[in-house]
Design a protein around this ligand. Structure first.
Ligand SMILES: Nc1ncnc2c1ncn2[C@@H]1O[C@H](COP(=O)(O)OP(=O)(O)O)[C@@H](O)[C@H]1O
Ligand SMILES: [Mg+2]
Length: 317
């Protein structure tokens, strides 16, 4: 059930030097813009624009740290708009990197129609080299680790917890941010050694506060945030929230009405793709295979579904 995917590069509307790898379903896989490329991440293409960054969410998808040749319709727009929604909700808790989210107000050099609804201009920060993971429920790698050792990231947990069980208090389980390969969990002491004692404390407190506030909101909309990951950076010394926020790429979302203690709840995020891949013959080493049409459309449907459930709005496409 392999899918042959036809992609074409098209010129930008305003500047013919730009090109975009887009398929017939309007899936954007890669951009080439006449600005200095600052970083091509697994999902985002980031360019320098003046002293700031043009932060573009493509429709690329990765799993097990490998990027797939197939894109997911609407994914980039969903990540961008959901992050904006949450950054805005959290602005009383912490400042964030967003400078401009209105495409109409972008500087001319960034105004390519292909970037509409999937791009923002952000402050260039000095990213802290760690990921701040918060877990409210026992799931995924946390559950696997607990079964083996009774601990998660060096945190000793009570005996007899069941899969998907809610923790009394959310756990802060930071990890390194690997430039290549997989992130590694670290203890609070290791975090302190990397970012300093004071910053480590601030990261933990802010992460828990954001998680609790987001969870309270999401639960009113029938969604459990089982776990999630934040990234922080510094701009002129100030600690701010960067990257993406509470998206299906960075979080595990469970529909509340399907929650059952002792089983892995069906989740509205990338877990569906991971489960498909674990059953497939792919060995999780690059190159990643093309994804079948059914997996692409089912994944896309999940991204759109969680966007609508959380925001109550339709995506701007
Ligand atoms: N405001 C910012 N300043 C500097 N770096 C940022 C900022 N926001 C996000 N980043 C970095 O940009 C990258 C986002 O692109 P992404 O495709 O998600 O990368 P990754 O493959 O590392 O997940 C991440 O490496 C993230 O740390
Ligand atoms: Mg990322």
């Amino acid at each position: 059930m392999k899918r042959a995917t036809a992609y074409s590069f098209s010129g930008g509307l305003l500047n013919t030097q730009a090109s975009f790898r887009v398929n017939e379903m309007d899936v954007l896989l890669e951009t080439k813009i006449p600005l200095k490329l600052w970083k091509r991440g697994k999902v985002r293409d980031i360019y320098e624009i003046g002293d700031n960054l043009l932060f573009i969410a493509t429709d690329r998808i990765s799993a097990f740290d490998v990027v797939f040749p197939t894109g997911i319709p609407h994914k980039g727009k969903c990540l961008n708009q959901l992050s904006l929604f949450w950054f805005n909700k959290m602005k009383d808790v912490i400042n964030n990197h967003i400078l401009e989210s209105d495409f109409e107000k972008f500087p001319q050099e960034a105004r390519f129609d292909e970037l509409r609804n999937r791009s923002i201009i952000v402050k260039k920060s000095e990213p802290l080299p760690v990921e701040c993971v918060i877990r409210g429920y026992l799931a995924g790698s946390g559950w696997r680790s607990y079964k083996k050792t009774g601990e998660i990231c060096g945190i000793k947990l009570p005996k007899g917890l069941k899969e998907a069980e809610k923790f009394e208090e959310p756990l802060f389980t930071p990890s390194t941010k690997a430039t290549s390969g997989h992130d590694e969990n670290i203890s609070m002491e290791q975090l302190e050694a990397i970012v300093g004692k004071e910053t480590a404390k601030e990261l933990k407190e802010k992460s828990i506060e954001i998680y609790l506030k987001a969870s309270e909101y999401a639960e009113k909309r029938g969604i459990i945030i089982a776990d999630t990951k934040f990234e922080f950076g510094r701009v002129d010394g100030e600690l701010i929230l960067i990257d993406e926020l509470l998206t299906p790429d960075s979080s595990r979302f469970w529909p509340m009405d399907r929650y059952e203690l002792g089983t892995a709840p069906e989740s509205l995020d990338k877990e569906y793709l991971r489960q498909y891949l674990l059953k497939s013959s792919w060995n999780r080493e690059p190159p990643a295979p093309e994804l079948p049409e059914e997996v692409v459309s089912e994944t896309s449907r999940r991204y759109l579904d969680i966007y609508k459930r959380l925001t109550g709005r339709e995506l701007d496409v």
